[in-house]
Design a protein around this ligand. Structure first.
Ligand code: RIB
Ligand code: CA
Length: 335
């Protein structure tokens, strides 16, 4: 790992200018993560995006156990040292995570990049941090869920009226046609805590789901490593380390040459919605099926029961989304 932050002279050929001119006031977001390499990539982008004010980063168990998720959030934020330090939430440790047949994230969840372990905050519970931030900024915050929905569901269970003060909700997860990654029918985030996912999707909150078929349209080839920020920058060092691991794991475990960064696409869905097609649906989450637990069930009947309760992103301009990811990472390396 590089030592003290070198004076990084921005590469003039990489100029991070958001596709839309930054709003006068940055958009407040809470990023809920189970880091995980793609969570960490999305978090790196968000922390240095001038259009966003990351009010809080809240950890949840999923790709890694809760304690590891909390430690990874703290280590990433400390190491990246963003212009504005967000509040940090500690993952609840009373959840039972399903066994995973394999992981492309590595045993530490970050592809083995050896970040200094820190304890930035006293470890306030994620649900407490989320509740306090939403109450402090009613209807201003976009909650970006990049892991299992455990934290948000708990906040909603503890105080159902909190639904009225959530500005927007973007959820990386679900499937359009039941082609899962955790099981044949479910994506990992909904599969990890289907009851939480059902609770959230049934809430009267404006929500957008970014399903696997859409995030999967962005397939990064090995050549992307040449387009990442320089190794000398802190962001460059860890992004290169994590993605190198991800490519190797993808090839060794799954025999494929490309990688998906589902959560990074999920973040771009929040910052650049113009790059995505969407449709409004009536959906729910299966919680008991032996083969279908965690499956996003979309009611496509002509005469469906229930009111539409979510937008689902049905496709994206994959090249433009990939460009947003690379620009976001470049921005993280220039400050
Ligand atoms: O299914 C999408 C999820 O799977 C992402 O959040 C990624 O972190 C992986 O766990
Ligand atoms: Ca994740």
């Amino acid at each position: 790992m590089p030592g003290p932050r070198p004076k990084h002279t921005p590469d003039p050929s990489i100029e991070f200018s958001p596709r839309v001119s930054p709003p006068t006031t940055p958009r407040k977001v809470i990023i809920d993560v189970d880091p995980g390499v793609d969570d960490a990539i999305a978090l790196t982008m968000a922390l240095f995006d001038p259009r966003l004010e990351v009010v809080a980063v809240t950890a949840v168990g999923g790709n890694v156990p809760p304690e590891q998720a909390t430690a990874n959030v703290q280590a990433l934020v400390a190491y990246l040292d963003p212009p504005r330090l967000p509040r940090l939430g500690a993952a609840p440790d009373d959840v039972a995570l399903p066994a995973r047949p394999y992981s492309v994230h590595g045993s530490d969840g970050l592809g083995g990049v050896d970040l200094p372990r820190v304890n930035l905050h006293a470890g306030h519970a994620s649900e407490k941090v989320i509740w306090e931030c939403l109450r402090a900024h009613p209807r201003e915050i976009t909650f970006v869920a990049l892991g299992p929905l455990t934290n948000l569901a708990r906040v909603l269970q503890r105080d159902p009226s909190i639904a009225e003060v959530i500005g927007d909700l973007v959820i990386c997860g679900g499937t359009l046609h039941g082609c899962g990654n955790a099981t044949p029918t479910a994506d990992f985030n909904l599969y990890c805590d289907p009851a939480a996912a059902r609770h959230v999707i049934r809430e009267p909150v404006t929500k957008t789901l970014v399903p696997l078929e859409t995030t999967g349209q962005v397939l990064l080839g090995f050549d992307v490593l040449d387009q990442l920020p320089a190794e000398e920058s802190r962001a460059g060092a860890i992004v290169r380390g994590m993605l190198t691991h991800a490519f190797r794991a993808q090839r060794q475990i799954l025999g494929s040459e490309g990688i998906h960064l589902h959560d990074a696409v999920g973040l771009v869905a929040a910052t650049n919605p113009e790059l995505f097609e969407r449709t409004t649906v009536t959906a729910d989450v299966e919680v008991t099926g032996e083969l279908t637990s965690g499956m996003l069930v979309i009611d496509r009947r002509q005469i469906r029961r229930g009111r539409p309760n979510a937008d689902v992103l049905t496709g994206c301009d994959a090249a433009a989304v990939q460009d947003c990811v690379l620009r976001g990472l470049a921005a993280a390396a220039t400050t």
